[in-house]
Design a protein around this ligand. Structure first.
Ligand SMILES: *Cc1c(COP(=O)(O)O)cnc(C)c1O
Length: 370
């Protein structure tokens, strides 16, 4: 039997599960992970805190994750300079679960979400998975949000949920504060709309966090993750900051005890090492900027990046170039954006391997457009 022979929901028919192909090659630069393993001192601290948590595993975890939410609120306050209280923060198993809870609460059958393409594929997939209609507006040629087209799409689609991904995956493009404000206002003028600002990569950005915008805007939610800047993708810890009423609202759909004691203990240990972990962010930003500079020096088109990855092109046959780079032992990401590929900033040695591969692959004329 095949999936489509099963009586699954119509909006899931013909869809593929999310996931980059994971191949066994020396250099993996395809999933925007942080290349630096956690420092040994943190590994030891995690073991300690998890052992402590293990002694209480006969009990359910703290359902409201009070200590962890306080820790995340403190981190947000310290890193943005904007005071954030625990009541404004909610945590879950990855920011994807946060997004799912938001769509279960504010989307659903008969409702719709709008994003600006190309963007993070999970916004589309989580919308469909929660029965929320999905539509997408275009971007400018430089992949910034086309404000006029966006305002027209809001008026036409009348979305219940609006996704603003900043910095945007897979393009690396940050969204200007004024643009977010204009989108928020335009959406509210049509109907009450939840505006989700997905800041998964904000720690890598040249521009400050959009988090202060939650003040006085009860329908603006900022989502964050420990998967990228904190180098803890395996931990599965995402969170949001918003008006306390939004935090109260998602309680209606979250599964009881969704965040295990082990996860909470591990995340708290990681927060104790915030400064060390964010030290790697500076290294990665420098490497990201080096990749941009070197690819441009090769004559390639490179989208300005505020993230830990770089979109580059513009290729006649981007999938062919993806394969050719892979033949050199380097796995990058083909997100299906015609003409473009995406590479994650890795260690200096990994980035050198990538740049060497690209240099060889693109030396023949006819590989790029123009
Ligand atoms: C990686 C990523 C996330 C993070 O997902 P987690 O579930 O927290 O690992 C969220 N949004 C975007 C745009 C991403 O690229």
């Amino acid at each position: 039997m095949r999936i489509d022979d099963l009586p699954i929901r119509d909006e899931l028919k013909g869809k593929s599960p999310y996931g980059a192909p994971q191949l066994d090659v020396p250099v993996l630069l395809n999933t925007n992970e942080n290349p630096y393993p956690l420092p040994e001192a943190l590994v030891a601290r995690i073991a300690e805190r998890v052992a402590e948590a293990a002694r209480g595993l006969n009990r359910y975890p703290d359902r409201d994750a009070v200590e962890l939410r306080q820790g995340l609120a403190d981190y947000l306050t310290r890193s943005t300079g904007h005071p954030v209280r625990r009541e404004q923060v909610w945590a879950a198993n990855g920011s994807n679960e946060i997004l799912q809870q938001l769509l279960q609460t504010f989307g659903g059958p008969g409702r719709s979400a709008l994003g600006f393409s190309p963007t993070y594929q999970m916004h589309d997939l989580i919308s469909r998975g929660t029965g929320t209609g999905w539509s997408q507006g275009p971007r400018n040629a430089d992949f910034t949000v086309d404000l006029d087209a966006a305002l027209a799409a809001i008026a036409e689609r009348r979305p219940d949920v609006l996704f603003v991904c900043s910095p945007n995956n897979p393009t690396g493009t940050a969204v200007a504060r004024e643009t977010v404000l204009a989108l928020y206002q335009a959406a509210q003028a049509v109907k009450p709309t939840l505006v989700i600002v997905d800041e998964a990569y904000t720690e890598f950005s040249h521009q400050p966090s959009l988090l202060p915008l939650i003040e006085g805007r009860p329908l603006l939610v900022v989502t964050r993750t420990m998967s990228k800047a904190f180098g803890a993708a395996g931990l599965r810890l995402g969170y949001l900051a918003a008006d306390p009423a939004v935090v109260d609202a998602v309680q209606l759909v979250r599964l009881p005890y969704h965040l295990s004691s082990v996860t909470q203990a591990t995340a708290l240990a990681a927060l104790e090492f915030t400064d060390t972990l964010l030290g790697y962010v500076d290294r990665l930003k420098r490497e990201r900027d080096r990749i941009v500079t070197e690819l441009r020096a090769m004559g390639l088109a490179v989208t300005d990046s505020d993230a830990n990855f770089v979109q580059f092109g513009e290729f006649q046959d981007s999938h062919g170039v993806w394969q050719a780079i892979l033949d050199h032992g380097v796995l990058v990401r083909d997100n299906g954006v015609p003409g473009w590929l995406r590479v994650t900033a890795g260690t200096p040695a990994e980035n050198d391997a990538f740049l060497d591969a690209v240099r060889v692959v693109t030396k023949n004329s006819g590989v790029t457009k123009n």
